[in-house]
Design a protein around this ligand. Sequence first.
Ligand code: SAM
Length: 300
Amino acid sequence: MLIDRYGREIRSLRASITKRCNLDCIYCHNDGQPLEGKEELSVEAMTKICRVFNRLGVKKMKISGGEPLIREDCVEMISSLIGFDEISMTTNGVFLAEKAQDLKEAGLDRINISIDTLKRDRYSKITRSSPNILSKVKEGLKEAVEADLTPVKINMVLLEINRDEIGDFVNYIRKNALQDKVVLQLIELIDLNGSFPNKVNTNEIEGFLMENAKLIGIRRTQNRRRYLYRGVEIETVKPVDNTAFCAACSRLRLTADGFLKPCLMRNDNLVKIKDGASEEEIERCIKEAVKRREPYYKGR
Ligand code: SAM
């Protein structure tokens, strides 16, 4: 088992498999990856790295990006991963409808779909893409549920432009009878460059939920709260200035070009896994990255 200097167990790997994306969201942190470095780990390299993580007791894996479904070999990559208790993915959902069934058959357990708004004009503004894409994403959500990639989590980053839509999402889930299959995940914006002066105050939303919903649990992962509101499960993710979030962080990240990344918020402590590294070398790199892990918000 991997445990860092702060007593935090590493239970999950979050692997970006590409930095490329077909959308250009106004707030995107690109999973914290440096944008230079264009090469992408091959299926074989990824399989080998994952085998070592698995041997070291990491049994959960999330595939991210960039947009993971851009990679032609994404399904092949998932089928090559063995030994995990849960493999999940986060996607913008644009290419999901045609791939959901194959992903399930390849071994994907569940999926997160980023949908910040249900309105075409807002979708276009947020993603800096065509408003017509939103219907493909909704179709992707439907197919993901059909393929049993559940619970499907809708990732909604809270912004000034969509803060009035939480009720609309709840209605959408109810109207499509998805309450048992879909969770609405409200994510606090990480404003890396100070570009969002009117950042949504998530305490207000949390306060509303505390008053109007039933708190049904606090997850071991990053101390996230789970509520039941009008029959719909809502989870809140509050990464900013949150020592409890860091205290319960159990993740190590891997960038698309083969760097281990101890913290979403930093790029000054990465550990490169050399091309063609042996399993012993990979293990040494993982242990070095674990050694470099420290809570971003510590001592506050
Ligand atoms: N393209 C995929 C997607 O859309 O899910 C995977 C990559 S995306 C970087 C992963 C998740 O990070 C998405 O749910 C996205 O909304 C979230 N995200 C990106 N930038 C963020 C930010 N600045 N603050 C909070 N969440 C962010």
